[in-house]
Design a protein around this ligand. Structure first.
Ligand SMILES: [Fe+2]
Length: 280
């Protein structure tokens, strides 16, 4: 997922809620930090305080964020369980929209993405190559960003069909790289920049290339872009709990497929309290 700067899209066709509200920013951390925005790529620096970058709105609720995370992840696994070989991406996206609708997740801050096979190497903004049909030995990911009760969710998980060993390894490794990177955040307090340096090295050690176009972003009450629309890898502080989506997209060095995993950076006890009913 990436960000949509103005006006969220509705996964079932309409527009997201416009929830621009006054921002409340604490002032206990005032040091200036260097951040790089996604739009301005990696060559332009802006300067803002960590408080600004990690701000939340007056009605931000951590318990709701965790609840929406659980709902979002459960929906991803529900969608994936119904995706079968022979399906096209448009069919899978329609299926995903129906599942989200049934689960009360009618609004979204980003479009529904279901990528099959060679399209798993695409970045968020890239259109899929048309006509791709899921094969019996294939790979796919589901990426959704619903809004529930004014709070954003965001989750992506990769799955395989059949028995292609490298695709199965991609599914396992992208999750392992995500978990290991989160562990460095938890245990060692790495900065956003250092987390992605670590993720790149870990991906390479496992035989993959890390895609540096998808390098994390804020999440909050909708819209997080009102607070900060840049990337996690451009921050030089330890990311605060319950503020950031860690994105890991890897690709095969020679074959035309990849894998994508994203989830909220949260403490261990919060993971346990927010387990979805399916998957994980
Ligand atoms: Fe996403």
């Amino acid at each position: 997922m990436a960000k949509i700067p103005a006006g969220a899209t509705d996964p079932v066709g309409g527009r997201g809620q416009d929830l621009n509200r006054p921002l409340v920013r604490s002032s206990h951390r005032t040091r200036m930090v260097e951040v790089r925005t996604r739009r301005k790529a990696l060559t332009v620096s802006n300067f803002a305080s960590q408080d600004q970058v990690e701000a939340v709105g007056a009605d931000f609720r951590p318990d709701l964020l965790l609840n929406v995370r659980a709902r979002t992840r459960a929906a991803v696994y529900d969608i994936a369980a119904q995706i079968v070989p022979g399906m096209t991406e448009p069919e899978a996206r329609a299926l995903a929209a129906a599942v989200l609708r049934d689960r009360g997740l009618r609004k979204g801050w980003h479009k529904i993405l279901v990528r099959f096979g060679p399209n798993t190497t695409k970045n968020f903004e890239d259109p899929s190559d048309p006509g791709v049909i899921l094969g019996a030995n294939d790979i796919f990911f589901v990426d959704i960003g619903p809004i529930y009760q004014g709070c954003e969710g965001d989750a992506a998980v990769t799955f395989s069909t059949g028995d292609d060993p490298e695709m199965i390894k991609a599914v396992t490794d992208v999750r392992a790289i995500w978990d290991a990177t989160r562990r460095r955040w938890l245990d060692d307090g790495l900065t956003g920049t250092a987390l992605y340096e670590y993720a790149a090295a870990t991906s390479e050690a496992r035989g993959w290339k890390l895609d540096l176009e998808l390098t994390g972003h804020r999440l909050s009450e909708f819209p997080h872009s009102a607070h900060f629309d840049g990337t996690l890898d451009g921050t030089d502080f330890r990311p605060t709990d319950l503020r950031w989506i860690l994105e890991i997209q890897i690709r095969h060095p020679r074959r035309n497929f990849g894998a994508f995993h994203e989830d909220l950076l949260i403490e261990d006890d919060e993971v346990q309290s927010a387990l979805p009913s399916g998957g994980d």
